[in-house]
Design a protein around this ligand. Structure first.
Ligand code: BEZ
Ligand code: FE
Length: 287
């Protein structure tokens, strides 16, 4: 029989109890998770009522989670985990364009549209922006023909089409291919800032922290081509002061575009660089 439980002996025994996990990566993650959570409990000397609050908070998050919404992903976003993973996995000093979190509103299988087409339904309120540019190889600077750009964005009411019955299915979503010169050309909505959903437990957390729940105006892009690392990014508006207060810590200087007023619309020229590597698409958080 071992001696009485101490803080350290419980941690050691808990880590040991999961050391038989056969998959080495899973074992590494599970045992590190146990060590870090035990360290947290010791550091703040967590009290029973606080632990009860924690599991009740998780249960409330589960009630706000379903096929169309994932409150757990949103929590990861607003505490900086999702963007931290992007930076650790992808950011290199030679990248001109930054990697961004996917966010909870990406849908796969958006309509495949032709050169110059619009992702905006005619009755959608707001100004239009024509977006043009090139996709090229970061190492050789050669144009990449046949790259796919998946584009999505919120309407000016702050809602993505899956959150908003007044928008047509797949409004403000589309897929485009680059031509032989690696060029693309599409029409989007001039983006506007919008708040992340604040009606659930994550909203409560933002309120107690006095955090501004808005994302700066942006357009999402996933740029992919077999043989290249998939680029998940967002383009923000140069000069937008809220770029510095992005609630999910994504917006930064290597993701801003110069949107120019051009007659009755805006225009943006923006290039994407792909690095040779393995092409994988992110899992779509909603169907
Ligand atoms: C988005 O940009 O779509 C987004 C990202 C993280 C949380 C909420 C929304
Ligand atoms: Fe967004």
């Amino acid at each position: 029989m071992s001696g009485p439980n101490t803080g350290d002996s419980i941690t050691e025994r808990a880590v040991e109890a999961y050391s038989q996990i056969e998959d080495p990566r899973l074992r590494e993650i599970v045992t590190a998770l146990i060590r870090h959570l035990h360290a947290l409990v010791k550091e703040v000397r967590l009290e029973e009522q606080e632990w009860e609050f924690a599991w009740d908070f998780l249960a409330r998050m589960a009630r706000f989670t379903g096929p169309e919404r994932n409150e757990f992903l949103l929590l990861g976003d607003v505490i900086g985990i999702s963007q931290l993973i992007e930076v650790i996995d992808h950011e290199r000093p030679d990248s001109a364009v930054g990697f961004a979190l996917v966010g909870p509103f990406y849908r796969a299988n958006a309509p495949v549209l032709g050169r110059g087409a619009s992702i905006v339904s005619p009755d959608t309120a707001g100004e239009r922006v024509r977006v043009t540019g090139r996709v090229y190889d970061l190492t050789t600077e050669a144009p990449i023909a046949g790259a796919t750009l998946s584009v999505w964005q919120a309407a000016t009411n702050g809602l993505y089409e899956n959150q908003d019955e007044s928008q047509p299915d797949y409004n403000l979503r589309g897929q485009f291919q680059t031509d032989d010169a690696g060029a693309y050309d599409l029409v989007a909505l001039m983006p506007t800032p919008y708040p992340v959903p604040t009606d659930g437990p994550v909203g409560n957390l933002l309120r107690v922290a006095h955090r501004y729940p808005y994302r700066p105006a942006h357009i999402h892009f996933i740029v992919s081509k077999s043989g290249y690392e998939t680029l998940v990014t967002q383009v923000f508006v140069d000069g937008d002061p809220t770029v510095n207060t992005d609630v999910v810590f994504t917006a930064s200087g290597n993701m801003v575009g110069e949107f120019q007023h051009d007659g009755d619309h805006y225009s943006l020229n923006y290039d994407f660089q792909l690095r040779p590597g393995v092409s994988t698409m992110p899992k779509a958080p909603i169907p």
